[in-house]
Design a protein around this ligand. Structure first.
Ligand code: 4AD
Ligand code: MG
Length: 462
């Protein structure tokens, strides 16, 4: 007989039908006549209760049913007499797939700290919290593809290995097959990359945007959704060395259109979570953050504020608040500034636009004032920056001048500049940090807890 997942079993009437269920034992309790096994298979937060009439089972088999063991149960699905559960399974046969020695299995009790679970990240998906987070993560990934597909965007696969370091978004991880103990040298004594795998110096990408723009300027509207890599040594609760990013890029979009898309997209995703991840969100709300669901609803129901960088600096300076970092015009905003604007001043998500060109990437469209660019950052409560984007500079002359000014190597991005030589068009795009989105949606506060296998400085064990 085909086995059923627990999520499905719990929706099935307890009419005595035969069922097969497979999963991991959470707890076993009972008396001398009967044992109650709480079993979970990761399909939902709830466990199914297995009722075992001890007289019909071998004692040696029952002994092996301990927390963490994996079992198969054949039995009858019946209405539960105990309060709380709708149905339970009366076991007629139990098979042990894998035992879990109580002396060594690390997840014996409930309520382990997140720090402890980070140290055993390879096992933490077996907890309710990480089960919920992984299911929400999946739902968000699905919703992202659905959102764009339903609106005529194409999923573009941009390369992970790149020969250009033009984005300037952060330090890069080098990719090489050269023998590090015995590097080939040029006559000037530099490393001879012509002998490397790609015949040039290559890195893991920090963003798919530059290639994404090629997509937008040919098939109109694209999005990327893949891992990106940044070798910054920033050990913060909001940075990963390997994180996933969603980067839509649209021809004929100006900054205003870009902002509208970003706001609609974020609201869609949060609404999708509220409607489709109800049980998991309720669990997270109860266990970790009592204001989570209210905060999610608030974001869906309210307009984001759209504010000029210059105005924001004025607000920060007038706040009388002592910030750790300076906030003079020209400074990059720190998380403390972003959160002040969002959580205390505007009390809602903020889209900050028109940043000084010095603190933003070379490709952003230059404003007529000669000082600012058509950048936009979306700032969220508890998170700070969740999206970074801009209208792109479409003018070949202006873009080339900026590239020269910044000393970027033309040999790295001649192909990018060429898009502005032939059939250039106004276009815009942005990047949403997938894990930052998940921090917001799950209410977690450390980014290491919303990705299955976090990569951070000095941490790539599993
Ligand atoms: O602001 P960023 O650096 O923008 C870009 O990479 C542009 N190419 C995007 C575009 O216009 N297509 O990064 C975009 C977002 C940030 O707003 C943040 O949410 C997330 O990516 N992010 C990180 N998330 C986790 N760990 C890190 N180290 C991150 N760096 C950026
Ligand atoms: Mg940014």
């Amino acid at each position: 007989m085909k086995s059923m997942r627990i999520a499905e079993l719990l929706r099935t009437p307890g009419d005595g039908r035969d069922v097969v269920v497979k999963g991991w034992v959470r707890t076993k309790r009972g008396n001398k006549n009967v044992a109650f096994i709480a079993m979970n298979d990761g399909s939902c937060v709830s466990n199914i209760q297995i009722v075992v009439d001890l007289a019909s089972f071998d004692e040696s088999l029952l002994k092996q049913i301990t927390t963490g063991a994996c079992i198969r149960v054949d039995g009858r699905l019946v209405e539960s007499l105990g309060s709380g559960q709708g149905v339970e399974v009366q076991a007629s046969k139990i098979e042990i797939y894998g035992t879990a020695d109580p002396e060594t299995y690390p997840l014996q009790k409930k309520g382990h700290s997140l720090e402890f679970l980070r140290d055993i990240a390879y096992l933490r998906p077996r907890t309710n919290t990480f089960g919920a987070i992984l299911r929400i993560r999946h739902a968000m990934a699905y919703a992202i593809h659905k959102y764009f597909n339903d609106r005529g965007f194409y999923y573009l696969h941009t390369p992970l290995i790149t020969g250009s370091d033009a984005e300037g978004a952060g330090a890069m991880f080098q990719v090489t097959t050269l023998d590090l103990e015995n590097l080939p040298r040029t006559e000037e004594g530099k490393v001879d990359y012509t002998q490397d795998f790609f015949g040039k110096e290559c890195n893991l990408t920090v963003s798919g945007q530059l290639e994404g723009e090629l997509g937008a300027l040919s098939i109109g509207q694209i999005y990327t959704f893949g891992p990106t890599f940044r070798a910054e040594n920033s050990n913060t609760p909001r940075h990963l060395a390997e994180f996933w990013m969603i980067e839509p890029e649209m021809a004929f979009y100006e900054l205003e259109d870009n902002m509208n898309l970003a706001e609609d997209f974020l609201k869609y995703l949060v609404r999708y979570a509220l409607e489709n991840c109800k049980e998991d969100l309720e669990f997270m709300n109860k266990m970790w953050d009592n204001e989570l669901i209210d905060r999610l609803k608030f974001v869906v129901e309210n307009d984001f504020c759209r504010v000029d960088y210059t105005e924001a600096i004025g607000i920060l300076k007038a706040s009388g608040r002592k910030f750790e970092f300076p906030c003079d015009w020209g400074c990059d905003l720190q998380s403390e500034h972003e959160r002040y604007l969002v959580e205390e001043h505007f009390k809602r998500p903020v889209i900050l636009i028109n940043y000084p060109k010095e603190i933003k990437a070379f490709y952003m469209k230059q404003n007529d004032d000669g000082k600012t660019v058509r950048a936009m950052d979306v700032l969220f409560p508890k998170i700070g920056e969740i999206i970074g984007g801009s209208e792109r500079e479409a003018d070949y002359g202006k873009l080339s001048a900026r590239v020269k000014e910044l000393g970027i190597n033309i040999n790295d991005i001649w192909w990018y500049l060429d898009t502005r030589r032939w059939g250039s068009a106004p276009h815009s795009g942005f990047g949403l940090g997938f894990e930052r989105l998940l921090l917001f949606v799950t209410g977690m506060t450390n980014i290491r807890d919303v990705i299955p296998f976090p990569r951070t400085p000095k941490n790539a064990e599993f």
